[in-house]
Design a protein around this ligand. Structure first.
Ligand code: URA
Length: 231
């Protein structure tokens, strides 16, 4: 395999980042500094970055916060909507999955990883991770909605009422809703149940993790070790 391909597979970096490492003289193969990505390497070769062995391919775990734009689905893409992994310009993109789902027309925070155990902890109903959504409504919010949501509401085709949810009114047609579970289309169905309609939906927070205010739509960043350990 070419050395630059090997580097981007092992380190999860792009080819141009791999070529920067090579040009900087930070990569050695069998104790010789190599600057050309075209060099051929096999499993028998000892490839070091700054004198330390690389992770073997497939071992590295990735954790990202993504600012999801409208028009992408969190599952595999289909004919009408691409999947969110298309937004990741990384060699590991095909290994990634979303920890929990947003509708195609919902924007905001999605956690993306290749660590199935971690995403299970993010989504597990037993963990009851709070999620906060900013909701823009078709009609002004009625005064009783806060209390109805705090008590729990029976959604169509469900047998149990929703868990108590907290509503904060920003303006009559813009609210923050925090829910503690993740039923199918839950936020839209809760507002439909009180005779309103969600015009736009944006997730701001999952558990303690808040979407970076300066992360543009369609962009992502790696989580810090502290953020990963929140789940
Ligand atoms: N609730 C919804 O209705 N849609 C989402 O995307 C997320 C929560």
């Amino acid at each position: 395999m070419r050395l630059d391909k090997h580097l981007h597979q092992c380190l999860g970096i792009s080819r141009s980042q791999a070529s920067q490492l090579l040009k900087a003289g930070r990569i050695s193969v069998n104790s010789l500094i190599i600057k050309s990505g075209a060099q051929h390497v096999t499993e028998q070769d000892s490839v070091l970055l700054d004198d330390k062995p690389l992770d073997t391919p497939g071992e590295k775990l990735y954790y990202f916060m993504l600012h999801k734009p409208q028009g992408y689905v969190c599952a595999n893409g289909d004919a009408s909507h691409p999947g969110i992994t298309r937004l990741f310009d990384l060699p590991c993109a095909s290994e990634l999955h979303a920890a929990g789902r947003l509708d195609a027309d919902t924007t905001g925070l999605v956690l993306v990883t290749n660590d199935g155990q971690w995403s299970h902890r993010v989504t597990s109903p037993r963990k009851q991770c709070d999620k906060t959504y900013r909701v823009w409504l078709a009609e002004p919010i009625s005064p009783e909605t806060e209390e109805i949501f705090a008590k729990g509401i029976l959604l169509r085709s469900e047998t149990q009422v929703t868990r108590p949810a907290q509503l904060e009114t920003i303006t009559p047609q813009e609210v923050l809703l925090t829910i503690h579970e993740g039923k199918y289309h839950q936020v839209k169905r809760m507002f439909a149940a009180v005779g309103n309609h969600v015009e736009r939906l944006h997730r701001e927070r999952i558990g303690e993790l808040v979407l970076d205010a300066d992360l543009p739509e369609g962009s992502y960043r790696e989580l810090t070790p502290e953020e990963i350990s929140l789940f």
